[in-house]
Design a binder for this molecule. Structure first.
Ligand code: ADP
Length: 325
């Protein structure tokens, strides 16, 4: 199912109070925001980590609203050399926010420039080399850096330590997802019965982005097949049609489990070997597929590799190795 960024923006909460779930994180951020405002200082730098689709970018867009300031959006993958940082840093206004998504992807050389920017609001850039080398010193307005990463473990300790606030975003409860589906059905002008809300929520892998994507598909399906009327039977048929199963797994998730079970006899198998066999990148598997499979206890990670659990065999209706032995 293609992602629909235009719709995603439409469904994204605009204020912190419109966000569902993540209550602890929101409470802590509200205190930090309130204190910073009272002191008339920029908010401390914030790092969000957690699997994709759980609200990192959403937080980075609602925090500036609460702080009454602007935000610039950058991606770690696009910051290849120190000079790539310059346009952003020279553009920051007092107290504004710079958001760097996928911050684990910035190279070490760029990371070092961020240190002085974050700590002293200063950046010293060397241009050219040899006798032509010259250093440019920029003073930067006091600002807030918000970093987001799916791989907190890949950040170096010096970078991690420069974030005063570090928040891990966890999976959403079924109840929270139902609420998101309900709110967004309203935004879309769609009449969805409670049973269908539950079905969409339970097949969304505890992830708001997926709940939105599934809901948009159910809307298309309902408009095309039932003049927009959504009920439980239609919702189930719509999700079955795009390969979303009752646990919320999509084709790629099941393909992963099938590869692990059929090709590697349940494991242990290394991530790279699984990725090669499936012909997808190991980053995609590690970021987008494995977190939910681990969380659902369908696989375990050991030092020798990934292993499919009895629950995974059961889910795919395959006999565990002992029985085939
Ligand atoms: P991430 O940056 O972690 O990958 P996003 O912030 O882009 O995730 O979230 C994806 C979508 O999910 C958002 O556009 C928004 O519609 C929805 N979403 C995320 N978190 C929440 C939340 N707490 N409440 C309501 N909707 C949310």
């Amino acid at each position: 199912m293609p992602d629909r960024p235009d719709q995603d923006v439409r469904l994204r909460p605009r204020r912190m109070d419109e966000m569902v779930g993540q209550r602890d994180v929101i409470e802590r951020l509200k205190i930090a925001i309130d204190a910073a405002r009272r002191r008339g200082e920029p908010l401390g730098h914030i790092l969000f980590d957690g699997p994709p689709g759980l609200g990192k970018t959403t937080f980075a867009t609602v925090i500036p609203v609460e702080m009454d300031t602007t935000v610039q959006m950058a991606n770690g993958a696009g910051l290849k050399a120190p000079k790539d940082l310059l346009p952003y840093l020279t553009n920051v206004s007092e107290g504004s926010v710079l958001f760097i998504d996928e911050i684990h992807r910035i190279p070490k050389s760029v990371e070092e420039y961020l240190y002085t920017a974050m700590e002293d609001y200063r950046i010293d850039i060397v241009l050219g080399d040899g006798v032509n080398a010259r250093t440019l010193n920029y003073e930067i307005k006091p600002f807030t850096l918000i970093g987001a990463t799916t791989r907190a473990g890949m950040l170096s300790a010096p970078l991690r330590d420069r974030f005063q606030i570090r928040e891990h975003l966890g999976w959403y409860s079924q109840q929270d997802l139902c609420q998101i589906v309900q709110l967004n059905s309203k935004k879309l002008g769609l009449d969805v019965d409670p049973q269908s809300e539950k079905i969409v929520a339970s097949r969304s892998r505890s992830t708001p982005r997926l709940a939105n994507n599934r809901l948009l598909w159910v809307r298309d399906y309902a408009q095309s097949k039932a003049e927009g009327k959504v009920d439980a039977g239609l919702t189930t048929a719509a999700l079955d049609m795009i390969g979303i199963d009752p646990l919320g797994l999509d084709r790629q998730d099941r393909n992963y489990l099938e590869t692990l079970i059929r090709v590697f006899v349940g494991g242990p198998a290394g991530l790279e070997a699984i990725a090669h066999t499936m012909n997808v990148s190991s980053d995609t598997l590690e970021d987008e597929v494995e977190p939910f499979l681990l969380r659902s206890e369908l696989i375990v990670r050991t030092r020798r590799g990934r292993i499919a659990t009895a629950k995974a065999f059961d889910h795919l209706k395959l006999a565990p190795p002992e029985a085939t032995g």
